[in-house]
Design a protein around this ligand. Structure first.
Ligand SMILES: [Zn+2]
Length: 345
C-alpha cells in the first residue's frame, strides 16, 4: 500500500512538475506530495510568527508561561522536525486556540488553558499541533492547490520574494491566514494522522496518552456549553465529532506501548528563548499597496507619520489604527504605543 501511494505521488509529480517532490510522513510512513522546501517553510513560519508577536499581546502569566515552556520542551525533544527553531509563546487572548507554524513556532492562547487544564492536557494540544508541522500538512495542502491550478514551482522558490497574494494563499493553506481569521479545515486524513503522531509524541515525552481522550471530551463539552453559536477557531480547523474520539481510543494501544512515565533522571531540554528583546516594543505597519507587514522598533513619541516615513510607506488614504486588538480613531499626528498596528484605507 505504501509503495502504491509513493508510486502515485511520483507519477503526479513527474507528470505535472518535472522535479520529484514527494516526502514521507514520519511515524505513519505515508507518502505525500510536497512542493515546498523545509527551508522555505521555516522562513514562512518565522515571518508569520514575528508578525503575530508584534500584533498580539503576550500573556503576563509567568506561571502558565513556565508550564508552556516545560511541556513544550518535552514535546520538542521527541518531535522529528529537523532544524526546527522551537519557540513556545503564550498569547493573551480569550479564544480557545493553539497552533504550530512550520519550523517549530508554537502559539497558545490563554483561552485554551481552561480546556487543557492539566500539563497532560496541554501536552495533547502541543503534540497534536507539532504533529501537523512534522507531517508538513500545510505544505501538502498548498502543494495540492498548486497542482490543481497548474502553478509552477517558480512562484514558491522563496517566501520572502513572494507577492502578498501568494503569501496570503500560502498562509491560508497552513490554516493561519494573515489574521488567524481565515481558515481552512484540516482534512480528515490529516487530522487523524496528527492525532496518531500526537499520541505517540505525548507518550514518548512522558505524558499518559489516555489523557488526550479526556482533553477532547472536555473540548466537546466546552463547545456544547457555547451552544454551537460561536465555534472556536481551533474547532473550525480541527473538526471534532464522535468519530474522532472513537478513533483516538482505537489508536491508544499503539501509543501506550511507548509511554514511560517521566522519571527524574533526565533533565528537561532547555529551549533558548528566541523572543527578540523588543518583542513588545514594535509597531506593525501594513503597506496598503502590497499588503506586506513591516515591523519597526517603537520609540516614545513616535507618531503614525514618523513611523510611516521610517518604514518607507506611502499612504493611500486615512490611517486606521488597531491597539490591543481594537480599532481606534487615528490621524497622521496620532502618537503610537508599542504593539500598535497601522494600515491605510
Ligand atoms: Zn489538527
Amino acid at each position: 500500500m505504501r509503495f502504491l501511494g509513493y508510486f502515485k505521488c511520483l507519477s503526479i509529480a513527474a507528470l505535472l512538475l518535472g522535479p520529484i517532490a514527494c516526502t514521507t510522513v514520519p511515524e505513519t510512513g505515508r507518502s505525500q506530495l510536497n512542493l515546498i522546501s523545509p527551508s522555505m517553510e521555516r522562513s514562512m513560519g518565522r515571518s508569520a510568527f514575528t508578525n503575530l508577536k508584534a500584533s498580539t499581546p503576550l500573556s503576563n502569566d509567568q506561571n502558565a508561561t513556565a508550564i508552556l515552556q516545560r511541556v513544550g520542551s518535552r514535546i520538542a525533544a521527541v518531535a522529528d522536525l529537523p532544524k526546527a527553531q522551537w519557540e513556545f509563546v503564550l498569547f493573551e487572548n480569550s479564544q480557545a486556540n493553539a497552533f504550530c507554524l512550520p519550523g517549530g513556532k508554537v502559539g497558545v492562547y490563554t483561552g485554551m488553558l481552561q480546556i487543557t487544564q492539566t500539563e497532560a492536557g496541554l501536552a495533547t494540544v502541543l503534540a497534536h499541533e507539532v504533529a501537523h508541522a512534522v507531517a508538513h500538512h500545510g505544505a501538502e495542502r498548498f502543494s495540492r492547490v498548486l497542482v490543481v491550478q497548474g502553478v509552477g514551482l517558480v512562484l514558491i522558490s522563496q517566501f520572502t520574494k513572494m507577492d502578498a497574494i501568494s503569501k496570503n494563499a500560502l498562509m491560508i493553506a497552513y490554516g493561519i491566514g494573515t489574521t488567524l481569521g481565515s481558515e481552512l479545515p484540516h482534512s480528515r486524513l490529516q487530522e487523524s494522522e496528527a492525532d496518531r503522531i500526537g499520541l505517540i509524541y505525548m507518550a514518548r515525552a512522558g505524558y499518559d496518552p489516555a489523557e488526550a481522550i479526556k482533553f477532547w471530551e472536555r473540548f466537546a463539552e466546552y463547545n456544547r456549553a457555547q451552544g454551537g453559536s460561536s465555534t472556536p477557531w481551533f474547532l473550525r480547523t480541527h473538526p471534532l465529532d464522535e468519530q474522532r474520539i472513537e478513533d483516538l481510543k482505537r489508536l491508544l494501544p499503539e501509543a501506550q506501548l511507548q509511554y514511560r512515565p517521566r522519571g527524574t533522571e533526565e533533565p528537561p531540554v532547555t529551549i533558548a528563548p528566541t523572543l527578540p528583546k523588543q518583542s513588545s516594543k514594535t509597531i506593525t505597519l501594513i503597506n496598503p499597496k502590497t499588503g506586506e507587514r513591516k515591523v519597526i522598533p517603537w520609540k516614545p513619541g513616535m507618531t503614525i507619520y514618523t513611523a510611516r516615513r521610517k518604514a518607507g510607506i506611502r499612504p493611500t488614504g486615512p490611517p486606521q489604527l488597531t491597539r490591543a486588538g481594537k480599532p481606534r480613531p487615528a490621524k497622521p499626528a496620532t502618537t503610537l504605543k508599542a504593539g500598535d498596528v497601522v494600515r491605510w484605507k
